[in-house]
Design a binder for this molecule. Sequence first.
Ligand code: GTP
Ligand code: MG
Length: 521
Amino acid sequence: IIRKKTFAEVQTERLEQAERTILIKCPSKLNENKLLQYLSSHGNIQSHFLFENHGIHALIEFSEKNSIASLQDAIGIPSAVERHVVPFKSRLFTFMLKNPVSQAAEGTPVHLSPQSHIPVKDLIQKLCHADSISSQMYILLNEYQLTEENIRLRFLACSLVRDFARAYFPDSVVRPFGSSVNTFGKLGCDVDMFLDFHDTQKSATKMKKGPFEMEYQMKRLPSERLANQKILSVIGDCLDNFGPGCVSVQKILNARCPLVKFSHQPTGFQCDLSVSNSIAIKSSELLYIYGSLDSRVRALVFSVRCWARIHGLTNSAPGAWITNFSLTMMVMFFLQKRSPPIIPTLDQLKVLADDKDMHVIGGYDCSFVSDLSKIKPTENTETLDVLLGEFFEYFGNFDFRKNSINLRKGKEVNKPESSPLYIWNPFEQDLNISKNVNQPQLEKFVAMARETAWILQKEDKTQRMINKEPWGLAVLLIPFGKSNHSKMKNKVKGIGSETIRSLLESLKLNSASSLQKAVEK
Ligand code: GTP
Ligand code: MG
């Protein structure tokens, strides 16, 4: 068996790969082989793929980093006829045909790797052809999860930002965190990245030998926050003024966690840049471990997130909504609570930690095992069909007034304060990651969970398949219309088959198209 790589190993490998990578905008009629041939005079090409993003782009990975220097040396700067250019030499290029008419004829059909997921209504169609809810959930996962190519593009975006940061801080690294790396990312989600100066501190002991010591003179500021704000402000300006394709740069320096938001046109990503946040990367690693332990984990999270988005429980705009991050933690907690548990508690992961896994960040113990093979596989064999229903049942009946969700212990704990929804930050233990959620939003979540659990229990799958109606997960991804809602209430009195028929009728496939727009970002 091949040992599964640790989170840190995957990150290091992908960042290094991104450093050997360039991105080229290409003409629409293209001969892929000729492009590769043209570039290969600068070195061996390890891999490449093409994708569409306002025109065709080619991502090219060289085997050696110095191939890029050789290429950059040979490449020209655009002539400043209409507009003037800022002569910053990046790894973004434009490939042109000298004789477009004759050369376009040599173009061959190219394979474009998709960078976005299929529309919800197409997904719903696909789900109807599956043979169980469990396979429906895996179909959703396959359609929505990040592809290998999309992950490479995300790391390239970070690496390109690093080129700017390096102009000031040669040792800095820009690392992705959040859903780009925690195995729960969906195609189209933002790229959360942070500037990391950590490596700078590692080699800081060399001059301490003997009776002497020496250190840098550095600018001193009253707080880390202020230092971060200043750094982000400068890098933000740099991206705004000199970054090819960096548009809508917004400095949000007064936020709890100061950040620079921008849209990176060449890769097509919305990016959030902040300064080194070791705890956030530990949260990403923890989720990476949970997501890698058992295939049911990611399948359940993707289905629950998709359900939440369609029913308006989550939203891409900030507000009192439950965030994807909180929702993912709720799924993890539910999986810890199964009997036998499907994933271990954080305390159990800490017991398995060895010396190199010990991390105390800002006074908080963030130690847990990094080697996946040390974690014993679960003995739980419940199907996803069962788990999906049980998830909604569990949170539909959870005593949110009294209890909080604690992943470290894997059990409900009395709420330490009165926030409607209290989910312990796994590392900063005095913080609630869902502090933003208000009572109405929580109530909406509970009501929706109950309704969903009820639908899953009552559903007659065979009958619906015969009637060619959406069934199982597909039903949950169609908004429960207002009219259905009032009919649902009849369940207390007991509903006749006529009511059920009309209820099912109103859930039919054609109503799926109306939500299409709401769900796509
Ligand atoms: P998407 O919705 O797919 O972007 O999920 P995400 O996990 O990337 O969430 P988001 O972009 O909002 O945040 C990025 C990362 O910041 C998360 O993965 C967490 O590690 C961290 N984060 C976000 N919100 C909170 C919070 O309220 N508390 C803490 N401690 N960390 C948070
Ligand atoms: Mg994110």
